[in-house]
Design a protein around this ligand. Structure first.
Ligand SMILES: O=C(O)CCC(=O)C(=O)O
Length: 363
């Protein structure tokens, strides 16, 4: 499901694949041999729906493009739907700047904390305080029975997937002073960049593509539950309340993609998936029930919320592209709110990244 900018040209056979290829990040070869910064290749974005513009026109004179409808619920702004994708809802700018900053901080500092699992679990076991370690330039080292680190360590080895993990964060200078000792090491900042997902609430087992309710987990934080319930209302059957039980947090760096897929592991597809975007702008592809159906491309900006319920749950979707720094004006709004000392590291991260939190009712 996850990808990077490495060639994935095995097939152009489906309409979804062709759209992914059209929008994904390629660099302009003209600059390859020069020392200049690599520039993204130009891509025609004229067919990408921009709900920010749609909202502006709608607020000005009530006009809407053909095929787009608006409804209202308890939120401050309208909720847009697409006639040819029933069950899909787009809420532009649903999150205030304060809310966006709050969820960026939580996504970096709290959500990757054990017992929540991340893509790093399989190799390193549970990692505590990755964000702080990255901020302090620490290095994760593997220490075995004979290594010096074992003697220094007061940390019990962790066990995950049946493997014992002896990894521990140490000061960068400790690593360089012990050259010659056989151990593996990786800077926390690299691990933070390579963080692709964390799971909250009921834990998802990617190898089995199912929820593993026996894995230790915390409940979804109550503030996130309240927010998801408020957002989900537009897509809920009348009189029913959304019950957030699990969430997947996706982290995207430049060149990262999320390949076309279905979210079909939850029991009841009438309940929406509530999907929040933070940080750099992205292109979202909303396909149909077959990969052969040409997908609709739309921009997702920081603060936008998407709901997928009912029939839309059967639609392939994915993220072929994120736009970093100077291409993403949303970051300048966040800059004005991420101002204290701790925030600066979040800002540094989000300047070149996108975070997506998608919240699900499992049963
Ligand atoms: O990043 C996004 O906006 C979409 C995420 C998604 O489709 C998923 O996690 O299933």
């Amino acid at each position: 499901m996850y990808g990077s900018d490495k060639g994935t040209d095995d097939s152009e056979r489906t309409a979804f694949r062709r759209a992914e290829k059209k929008y994904k990040l390629y660099y302009d070869d003209t600059y390859k041999s020069s020392k200049k910064k690599k520039l993204p290749k130009h891509v025609d974005l004229s067919e990408v729906i921009d709900f920010k513009n749609i909202l502006e026109s709608y607020q000005q004179d009530g006009s809407l493009p053909v095929g787009v409808n608006a409804t209202t619920c308890d939120l401050d702004g309208p909720v847009f739907c697409l006639e040819n994708r029933p069950g899909f809802y787009f809420i532009p700018g649903a999150l205030s700047l304060q809310e966006q900053c709050q969820w960026i901080r939580e996504s970096l500092m709290e959500f990757p904390q054990p017992p929540n699992r991340t893509n790093h679990n399989a190799i390193y076991g549970p990692i505590q305080d990755l964000f702080i370690a990255a901020k302090e330039n620490k290095v994760l080292v593997e220490h075995d029975e004979i290594s010096d680190f074992k003697l220094d360590s007061d940390v019990e080895p962790s066990i995950s997937n049946g493997n014992t993990h002896n990894w521990k964060f140490v000061e960068e200078n400790t690593v360089s002073s012990r050259r010659g000792t056989a151990y593996k090491s990786i800077p926390a900042s690299v691990l933070l960049r390579k963080l692709r997902w964390s799971t909250l609430g009921l834990q998802f087992d990617w190898s089995k593509r199912s929820y593993n309710i026996s894995l230790p987990h915390n409940k979804i934080p109550s503030a996130l539950c309240q927010l998801a319930k408020r957002m989900a209302a537009a897509a809920m059957p009348t009189g029913e309340e959304f019950k957030p039980e699990a969430a997947i947090v996706n982290y995207f760096a430049s060149g990262d993609t999320l390949g076309g897929h279905l979210d079909d592991m939850e029991a009841d597809w009438s309940k929406p998936i509530v999907s929040m975007s933070l940080g750099c702008k992205a292109i979202f592809l909303l396909g149909g029930k077959s990969r052969q159906d040409p997908p609709i491309a739309m921009f997702l900006r920081s603060g936008d919320v998407v709901l997928m319920a009912g029939e839309a749950r059967e639609c392939f979707h994915g993220v072929p592209r994120i736009f970093i720094d100077e291409e993403s004006e949303e970051i300048s709004f966040l800059e004005t709110h991420l101002t204290n000392q701790d925030d600066l590291h979040c800002l540094e991260y989000i300047r070149t990244s996108r975070i997506n939190i998608n919240i699900r009712q499992v049963f």
